[in-house]
Design a protein around this ligand. Sequence first.
Ligand SMILES: C[S@@+](CC[C@H](N)C(=O)[O-])C[C@H]1O[C@@H](n2cnc3c(N)ncnc32)[C@H](O)[C@@H]1O
Length: 367
Amino acid sequence: MSTSAQADGITMSGGGVYSLATKGAKDVINNATPMVVHAIESIPVQSFSSVFTLADMGCADGGTSLDMMQTAITEIRQKASAIPVSIIYTDQPRNDFNALVKNIHGLGPFKSYLPQFTNLFPLFSGTSFYRKILPSNSLHLGFSATAMHWLSGKPGDISNHVHMIGARGEELQLYRARAREDWRQILLHRAEELVSGGKLVLVNFCIDENGRYLGNTGGVNMFNTFNEIWLEFVEQGRVTREEYAGMTLPQYYNTVEEFSMPLTDSADPVHQAGLRLDHLETQVVPCPFASDFKNHGNAEKFAQEYIPTIRTWNESTYFSALSPQRGLEERQAIMEDYYSAYKSRVLENPEGHGMDYVHAYLTISKI
Ligand SMILES: C[S@@+](CC[C@H](N)C(=O)[O-])C[C@H]1O[C@@H](n2cnc3c(N)ncnc32)[C@H](O)[C@@H]1O
């Protein structure tokens, strides 16, 4: 594990590109907003006389959660009109915090909610959610979307795939064990931070009850496509077998049972720390670009919108697996060729491509 409790080499696209390219992630947060409102309704806001603290963990550049935050603050203020509200934006230290600060303060491409409210305090933290981010008993509502599938480190490379969905046998067991411990650590830290009566709304990638997961909802399997193209590059001698091995993404998609277990098993340290599962449901949010394609039918437009969205989150892992001996330009050229190859596949046969989002939506309370 790196010293920052964060898998090496993972960053979302910087410079504000993340939120612009990931409309689907915003749809997911919009979907979770009623759960956030419901959680606030059930938190005894009036009794927190000094401050209400809300955190967005793994917020990237903050653009995708702006509307949700506005709704949440409005809801808090309806319950306690004068209460000061601290909003803690957190991400791992390599995140592009410049883009985040600009977006929250209305200097980016989005409209900020800040001017609408007084007594509101946005704060920024580069502490990983694998560590304690806030003092004990200080957090009232913790939110996180599409972030906690990133493991604290890579348990190992997967021989014949770039993602755990293709892992088998002992390799899968290693990922499973790391993910179990990581999920427990995330929850144990939050259990310390939350006040009694506080809530978490966590929206995490999952493998749902029907075996569906991100980019695998019946059409072309996105992760298998990633893998097939890299294997073609190995066969063509474009990348080495060692480089390919390093391209395994340090991610894990929990099942509903895996998410629930530490919260429902009374012997688990998480349950003993006072966290309880109030609600869990899975939802599929359609890939916005594939949905649009059904209407406009323009494969070029679809590919031009779809490829950047996958690039935002996997390019850094693949790029950092390429040998530095190649020199920067060669590595950049390989990445361009890689995404061009993906684009060609989409152009050849666009039907079935897309990145539908499959999430577990959890509300958790601290007793
Ligand atoms: C796909 S983005 C999601 C951003 C935003 N929450 C959304 O839903 O649009 C995943 C974010 O998780 C962050 N992340 C990954 N591991 C993390 C960790 N250990 N601690 C905090 N943030 C982390 C990444 O840096 C990235 O910004």
